[in-house]
Write a protein of this length. Structure first.
Length: 194
């Protein structure tokens, strides 16, 4: 059966319109589908004025988030965190550190002092950001969101949250869980981006 020319035009026009609509919807939804609301936060780099949007910088990565302190019994975890970061960073893994003075005043310095301490004492190269509050009473919006997803706020320094590449928080690790612990390592390895 031969299709009349006007009908062919209508079919082609409809197909083009549907295609355009689909492309437009995909383009406009691209940012929201690639980054979860959990990562929709912006922070200054530690001791700098440059601001980083977590969505823009880390969407699609496996992210370990932790609150840090320079004068804590857990501060030597920086060594293990750096080793973990070096081991997996080329496989889509990143560790984000957020200094906090919330626990026994163990991060009293300025951001420049903290940055210098991390770099000079532990050779920290993992991304570090401005000081935040992590306790329930005063938590930053990012830490409120993390705690809501995890069902717990940090109880001390070096509490760790693991966010998988689709932007969902899947695990929360107490401060005493070291970066080289079998539990943390196996969870990271099982969730590295494919």
């Amino acid at each position: 059966m031969k299709i009349p020319a006007p009908l062919k035009f209508i079919q082609l026009s409809t197909l083009l319109l549907l295609t355009f609509t689909a492309i437009h919807a995909y383009a406009n939804d691209g940012g929201s589908s690639e980054c979860s609301a959990l990562l929709n936060h912006e922070f200054k780099k530690l001791g700098e004025d440059e601001r980083v949007n977590l969505c823009d910088a880390y969407a699609g990565k496996l992210i370990l988030v932790l609150n840090t302190a320079s004068k804590c019994a857990f501060t030597p975890q920086y060594d293990g965190l750096e080793a973990m970061y070096d081991r997996y960073k080329d496989r889509g893994f990143v560790i984000l550190g957020f200094p906090s003075n919330d626990f026994a005043g163990q991060e009293p310095g300025t951001e420049k002092q903290i940055s210098n301490f991390c770099r000079l004492s532990y050779g920290v190269r993992l991304p570090m950001f401005e000081k935040v509050h992590a306790t329930q009473a005063n938590a930053s919006p990012f830490y409120h969101a993390l705690a809501k997803e995890a069902g717990e706020y940090p109880g001390w320094n070096f509490h760790k949250y693991l966010i998988v590449p689709n932007g969902k928080l899947i695990a929360s690790f107490k401060s005493h869980i070291r970066p080289d612990s079998a539990t943390l390592v196996s969870t990271v390895e099982a969730n590295l981006p494919k």
